[in-house]
Write a protein that binds this ligand. Structure first.
Ligand SMILES: NC(=O)c1ccc[n+]([C@@H]2O[C@H](COP(=O)([O-])OP(=O)(O)OC[C@H]3O[C@@H](n4cnc5c(N)ncnc54)[C@H](OP(=O)(O)O)[C@@H]3O)[C@@H](O)[C@H]2O)c1
Length: 272
């Protein structure tokens, strides 16, 4: 029986793709069998004869992979763009393969489609694969249980200036944890500042602030305001390998799962 898990990395030339390839060198269980890059970049590099054999696996585009039936894989990992992630999911659906998605910035409509596709294949989608952020989510739920009620919550996130989405996927995920827990209704007023939420005629709110500067990998602070005190919980990512490790652990986890929609929190709930 083959003990290895064969994966394809999509977005291989990006910051996360490069980090995954580096992290894989320390991993004996997972083997990369192909890497997918942006077709525009592929054609430019091909013309310049820059698609070199620097990796032990082929560099392709999704279209080329579709025509290649020799590449056999178990799970795809995608850290690219929302539009491309959806194309990758459709491809995995056709081949009945599993997919781990780290890409952020999906619209609600795109997310609904992903959940629909997960009825047929396993999809693990997490806006943040660091152990720390996922533990922070579990801790927050415990704090909410103890507090019972919170009036004001603010989320502050800082990322590097190249980041495309705003607020970050992690900030939106943290907001969804809060709204789901307290059953608050969502009323988006201003993307940069406040999300107002109404429950039982009392106005509650989640503040959302984003900073884009320099090379910050990612920092999220959740600030909970109670009557006479404030709790602040911060997670700071100091290295991209924390996301790569989480994504690779998720590959191992999802490899044994049948169809369904999962997050990294699901992978941790089994061990905590
Ligand atoms: N879940 C997490 O833990 C986590 C952590 C970090 C980042 N992220 C998210 O992951 C995504 C990627 O982040 P990053 O920092 O790696 O960004 P990045 O450096 O911009 O990398 C994205 C890569 O995707 C490539 N790409 C674009 N279209 C493609 C296509 N059609 N096929 C294949 N590749 C394509 C881009 O190629 P070109 O540059 O040639 O266009 C680029 O190399 C973002 O959404 C980010 O927010 C998630």
């Amino acid at each position: 029986m083959n003990q290895h898990i064969n994966i394809i990395i999509s977005g291989a030339y990006g910051k996360m793709g490069r980090s995954l390839i580096k992290e894989l060198k320390k991993n004996n269980q997972i083997i990369c069998v192909a890497a997918l890059i942006n077709p525009i970049t592929y054609h430019i590099q091909k013309n310049q004869k820059k698609i070199k054999k620097k990796f032990s696996f082929p560099i392709l585009t999704l279209e080329k992979l579709k025509k290649n039936t020799n590449i056999n894989f178990d799970v795809m990992i995608d850290f690219s763009t929302p539009e491309n992630s959806l194309e990758n999911i459709k491809f995995c659906l056709q081949r009945n393969k599993k997919i781990v998605i780290g890409t952020t910035g999906f619209t609600n409509t795109q997310m609904k489609k992903i959940k629909k596709y997960s009825k047929k294949i396993s999809i693990l989608c997490s806006p943040n694969f660091s152990l720390g952020i996922n533990l922070m989510c579990l801790i927050l739920e415990k704090i909410f249980k103890i507090l019972g009620e919170v009036n004001e919550i603010s989320i502050l996130e800082t990322h590097h200036s190249q980041k495309k989405d705003l607020p970050s996927g992690t900030s939106l995920y943290l907001q969804s944890i809060i709204t789901n827990f307290f059953n608050w209704k969502f009323l988006k007023k201003d993307i940069l500042n406040y999300y107002y939420l109404n429950t039982k005629n009392v106005q509650k709110k989640i503040g959302s602030s984003s900073i884009r500067i320099g090379k910050v990998i990612g920092e999220h602070t959740v600030i909970l305001s109670m009557k006479e005190e404030i709790i602040k919980i911060t997670h700071q990512a100091n290295h991209r390998n924390i996301f790569s490790r989480g994504a690779l652990n998720s590959v191992v986890w999802i490899n044994n799962k049948k169809n369904g929609f999962f997050t990294m929190e699901d992978t941790l709930k089994e061990v905590i």
